[in-house]
Design a protein around this ligand. Structure first.
Ligand SMILES: C[S@@+](CC[C@H](N)C(=O)[O-])C[C@H]1O[C@@H](n2cnc3c(N)ncnc32)[C@H](O)[C@@H]1O
Length: 292
């Protein structure tokens, strides 16, 4: 399907608009991605999930991080998975294609939702990947609907983590998994800004691993594993910094979503990890059933 035929999202917000959507909103994201795809010689008529991978996994390690996490997730064909804070939809489309599951994606930033819906249509995946605009704090889904949920690099902007986890818990079936990746507060604390999720510390709510574990337990999750990925993320940021410094960034990349300050944000992200001010974590847990 050609990109000019795909629908734009109706950007009406369900619930109150919140600050995070204004922070991330960066104009016509879809057209920027299409322009970069064309500059990279990709045909919109034969677009693949892999073609989009450099731009649509919106975290420093990108597609590799999504793949590595997916290797650990117990997703079966036909299951229904939720992607909270789905961004432009790369992880949602990847899971749907890899596992033959259905994925509902929800995000608070209208420009990302618009791009996610249109890119999903361009790939012919709209029947298995449903994207909508909304707030992860008040999910517009029935109780116990999903077999699993992911939230990749979203929680850094979530002030009330316990409520966020409780809401995820509500929409999961008993025994379903929740997988979260995030930058946690490191032992040294005192984060250097700007970073990709906050220019000056406003809207940034990092927690230490033990606080996150406490909130997950209080929300009703068990079997909690928290893995530190500092080495992998540190190396990824170094690589991006080198590309920026040598002016060799490819047309297609997550820099299209970050906007200004990409170099300062990348430098700070790398230093924060090196100086143990932050530590990137991969967290997987399951919804305890009553009596567990
Ligand atoms: C760094 S991006 C990650 C996007 C996506 N998870 C990925 O890995 O490609 C963070 C995303 O979280 C979304 N977000 C932040 N707060 C949110 C909230 N309360 N509800 C839903 N989405 C939220 C932002 O709009 C943004 O798309």
């Amino acid at each position: 399907m050609g990109h000019n035929k795909t629908p734009a999202v109706n950007a009406e917000v369900e619930g109150e608009p919140v600050k995070a959507s204004r922070y991330w909103d960066e104009g016509d994201v879809y057209q920027r991605i299409v322009g970069a795809l064309q500059a990279s010689g990709k045909s919109m008529d034969r677009l693949t999930v892999e073609d989009l991978a450099p731009v649509d996994h919106f975290h420093a390690r990108g597609f590799r991080a999504t793949q590595a996490l997916a290797d650990r997730l117990p997703i079966a064909t036909g299951q229904r998975i939720l992607d909270i804070g789905c961004g432009v939809g790369g992880p949602a489309r990847y899971l749907a294609k890899r596992f033959g599951c259905e994925v509902d994606g929800i995000d608070i930033t209208p420009a990302f939702v618009d791009a996610a819906i249109r890119l999903t249509a361009d790939l012919g995946l709209s029947d298995v990947v449903r994207i909508r605009h909304g707030d992860g704090m008040v999910l517009p889904y029935a109780d116990a609907l999903f077999d699993g949920a992911i939230g990749l690099h979203v929680t850094m902007n979530i002030a009330d983590r316990l409520e966020f986890f409780r809401e995820a818990y509500r929409v999961l079936k008993p025994g379903a998994f929740l997988a979260v990746t995030e930058h946690a507060l490191g032992d040294a604390g005192d984060v250097r800004y700007p970073v990709p999720w906050s220019r000056d510390g406003m809207g940034s709510y990092l927690l230490r691993a033990d606080e996150t574990r406490k909130h997950l337990l209080a929300a009703g999750f068990g079997n909690i594993t928290i893995d530190d990925r500092s080495t992998e993320y540190g190396a990824a940021y170094q690589k991006v910094m080198q590309l920026i410094e040598e002016d060799r960034l490819p047309p297609l990349g997550v820099h299209l979503l970050i906007g200004e300050d990409a170099l300062a944000m990348t430098e700070n992200s790398a230093r924060n990890i090196k100086e143990k001010r932050t530590s990137p974590h991969e967290i997987i847990c399951t919804k305890r059933s009553v009596g567990d």
